[in-house]
Write a protein that binds this ligand. Structure first.
Ligand code: ATP
Length: 339
């Protein structure tokens, strides 16, 4: 799939602004960005559901913008599944197959339910399924006609966190097994990184960066991207022989390119440790799932830091911090970052 110069304008607003994006055969691409940046509009344009879309979308030599929605060979999954409540599970999946004039649907339904981990659910009413099960049925329905491309719009965001994490892993495995290319819209980093071979970061209608999870996490292209990817502090640094030096200290980062740089610090770049070189005072403390987040005053500035649950200091106490390379990002477009 080759998207070129895709623009969607609503009045004065360019919801999608001159976007180029490629999706390879069987490749899973996540469209990641803050609320309102144009992700769903881009997805809808690929599906053919956005009449204002301008630009070209090609699959091989076929110009999809000239192909009606139902003939684009694309499967769709939305946030809330949008199943037919009056049909049972098998009925929902068969609907997708009948739309494509596929007969003898029984074996295919069984195969799909097996794939999504719902064997034996054929006769169940969809209204009696949990949210996670409903999303699995929606996925089975979308995959049923073996579409060339699957479009998923926030497929897991209606579910609670534990289920979302589990289902993201299942979905990642499932998409690989089905071999279907997919474009997944999400505002959740973890979800994007779990699901996708490649992440496309979107901001204000534009794709600002594409790369693997590791590439975009280590090298956010600019400050707003670094901030979106969790860097609370952006600083100037000097990197020599992989040692990153900045005004809080020095830390060795194996993958850091030499030269002057802007770096981003995520909270876990600063870890409470009695042997740490930095000294500060705790001004805030929030318990997280598996660690404690601290706000620490160091000289004139306040920085985010982390501590283990068992030895986290209280507000007002002094704390020593060490630098951890895992919390660092080096901003900019670095060689090897783009494919
Ligand atoms: P979210 O994660 O909140 O769903 P998003 O990144 O998917 O956000 P879109 O839904 O694509 O964002 O919306 C992008 C922008 O376009 C928003 O400012 C939205 O208000 C606007 N927009 C979307 N659809 C229309 C429309 N039909 N008419 C006018 N403006 C629209």
């Amino acid at each position: 799939m080759r998207i070129r110069n895709l623009t969607v304008q609503f009045g004065d607003l360019k919801a999608v602004d001159d976007v180029d994006l490629d999706i390879g055969r069987g490749e899973v691409v996540a469209l990641l960005g803050p609320s309102g940046c144009g992700k769903s509009t881009l997805l809808r344009s690929v599906a053919g559901l956005e009449p204002e879309a301008r630009g070209s979308i090609h699959r091989g030599d076929v110009d999809l913008t000239k192909v009606p929605v139902h003939k684009r060979d694309i499967g769709l999954v939305f946030q809330d599944g949008q199943l037919f409540p009056h049909r049972d599970v098998a009925g929902n999946i068969k609907f997708g197959l009948r739309m494509h004039k596929i007969k003898d649907t029984g074996p295919r339904v069984d195969e799909l339910l097996d794939l999504v981990g719902l064997s034996g659910y054929q006769r169940r009413r969809v209204t009696e399924l949990s949210g996670g099960e409903q999303q699995r049925v929606a996925l089975a329905r979308a995959l049923a006609p073996r579409p060339e491309l699957l479009l998923l719009d926030e497929p897991l965001s209606a579910l609670d966190r534990a289920l979302r994490e589990q289902l993201a892993l299942d979905l990642a495995r499932l998409l690989r097994k089905a071999g279907t290319a997919a474009l997944v819209v999400t505002h959740d980093h973890d979800e994007a990184f779990t699901l996708a071979d490649r992440v496309a970061l979107m901001r204000k209608g534009k794709i600002v960066q594409t790369g693997t999870a590791e590439q975009v996490w280590r090298h956010p292209v600019d400050e707003p991207t670094a901030t979106f990817l969790g860097c609370g502090l952006i600083l100037d640094a000097e990197i020599r022989d992989h040692v990153v030096a900045f005004d809080l200290g020095e830390v060795e980062v194996a993958w850091a390119p030499d030269g002057p740089a802007r770096i981003g610090l995520r909270p876990h770049a600063l870890v409470a440790d009695p042997d740490g070189d930095l000294q500060g005072e705790v001004s805030g403390r929030v318990h997280r799932r598996d660690h404690v987040r601290l706000l620490v005053k160091i000289e004139h500035r306040e920085v985010d830091a982390v501590a283990s649950i068992t030895n986290a200091p209280e507000p007002g106490q002094s704390v020593r911090l060490r630098l951890d390379p895992d919390g660092l990002a080096v901003l900019g477009d670095h060689p090897g970052q783009r494919e």
